[in-house]
Write a protein that binds this ligand. Structure first.
Ligand SMILES: *Cc1c(COP(=O)(O)O)cnc(C)c1O
Length: 391
């Protein structure tokens, strides 16, 4: 008889909810197999390629033998200086590249690992919902307990801190926030961040602000960094990524900045689990962080045009939604008679348009669907036409 182990998953894996995008991917494959021309607006992965000057910098960097060895754990100093320079130019924030900047293998990696540094079993972590699924999962892996902060339309999709019981706040170690927000596309005002800093200070809560979409905006008012609000560095850190800003999702590079003790804690976990980011990628990323503003504003215009097509198209059909000022998502109410999953299935079966069900980002997202602006304006128009005919 061949020996065979009985493979049983650990409870932290058994307790995982199904990964949202895996089941959507399956639906997409099935539709395509049936010959449906799928317009995929379900995943926030830019269809626009990485700008050529960044790819060129990578080609040169990859040839250098010094980059073929293990990188430093915290990131090359030149990369961390590049990040500090970017924060100074963009937000007027001063960072010490040595102690207040850390490279990440994509911000997802940093978010996923952060609770391991600070959360004891049984500790509470405040998690926004609907939200990026990695926040509650990272809490689960660290043995902590998520306290869900529902993001409701009547509050501008900001959490209502006054509804959180004092007993919960007293047990809270960490709070995740994300503005411009995925999936609701809401932007947070300075006043909100000031409230966050007061709360964090009062209850000794580490704030982790995820700013992945700070550079995808459409109006004259640029989204704020949490770090530019007085006192932020005393209570927390900000996660950032080159993925969405420079269309570099496949490259896997991001960074965390802010409170030196929090950065050091995350760094300690990472030193024991990974060995940093390929230096050639870091070198190309320094070039990316210095990208000409004109090029970035061109990318924003592309998203703005798509946003206008989709927003106006859906509104004219009678779908309720707000016009996003940032991020590349539209967060739309499902029409009467549908729930989130039902509407996504209706769209796929009747129109070939694939959206993401709002409840996949957490129960408070029920009643909504998310459309990503990651297909051309032409295809977006086509999507609107098909939806119009299906309703
Ligand atoms: C895309 C995304 C990220 C992850 O970006 P990577 O740097 O590619 O890992 C983080 N947070 C949110 C909210 C995102 O939508």
């Amino acid at each position: 008889m061949k020996p065979k182990v009985f493979v049983e998953m650990a409870s932290r894996v058994k307790n995982l909810p199904p990964y949202l995008f895996a089941s959507i991917d399956k639906m997409k494959q099935e539709a395509r197999a049936k010959g449906v021309d799928v317009i995929d607006m379900s995943i926030g992965d830019p269809d626009i390629p990485t700008p050529a000057h960044i790819v060129e910098a990578m080609k040169q960097a990859v040839e250098k033998p010094e980059h073929h060895r293990y990188p430093s754990y915290e990131g090359m100093l030149s990369f961390r200086e590049g990040v500090a320079g970017w924060y100074r130019r963009r937000f007027g924030v001063t960072l010490d590249p040595k102690s207040e900047v850390l490279s990440l293998i994509g911000s997802k990696e940093g978010i996923g690992h952060l609770p391991l540094a600070f959360v004891e079993p049984g500790d509470t972590v405040l998690v926004p919902s609907p939200g990026y699924p990695v926040y509650p999962v990272s809490v689960l892996f660290a043995g902590g307990e998520s306290y869900i902060m529902p993001l409701r339309e009547e509050n501008g999709f900001l959490p209502d801190f006054s509804s959180i019981p004092q007993s919960t706040l007293l047990k809270t170690r960490l709070m995740f926030l994300n503005y411009p927000n995925n999936p609701t596309s809401a932007v947070a005002p300075r006043k909100f961040y000031e409230e966050v800093i007061n709360l964090a200070d009062k209850y000794n809560i580490i704030v982790c602000h995820d700013a992945a979409y700070s550079e995808i905006y459409f109006g004259d008012e640029k989204p704020l960094s949490f770090m530019e609000v007085n006192g932020a560095k005393d209570v927390g850190i900000e996660f950032h990524s080159l993925s969405k800003t420079y269309n570099m999702t496949g490259w896997r590079i991001g960074f965390a900045v802010g409170n030196a003790d929090v950065i050091a804690g995350l760094g300690k976990i990472k030193t024991n689990l990974d060995s940093g980011v390929f230096q050639a990628i870091q070198e190309a990323s320094v070039v990316a962080l210095n990208t000409d503003e004109k090029l970035l504003s061109g990318i924003r215009s592309t998203y703005r045009e798509r946003r206008d097509v989709l927003y106006e198209g859906l509104r004219d059909i009678g779908i309720e939604l707000e016009k996003p000022e940032a991020s590349f998502y539209l967060w739309a109410k499902v029409p009467q008679g549908f729930d989130s999953a039902g509407f996504v299935i209706h769209l796929l079966e009747k129109t070939g348009v694939l959206a993401t069900p709002g409840n996949g980002f957490g129960a408070p997202g029920e009643g909504y669907v998310r459309f990503a602006l990651t297909v051309t304006a032409e295809r977006t128009k086509e999507a609107v036409e098909r939806i119009r005919k299906s309703l």
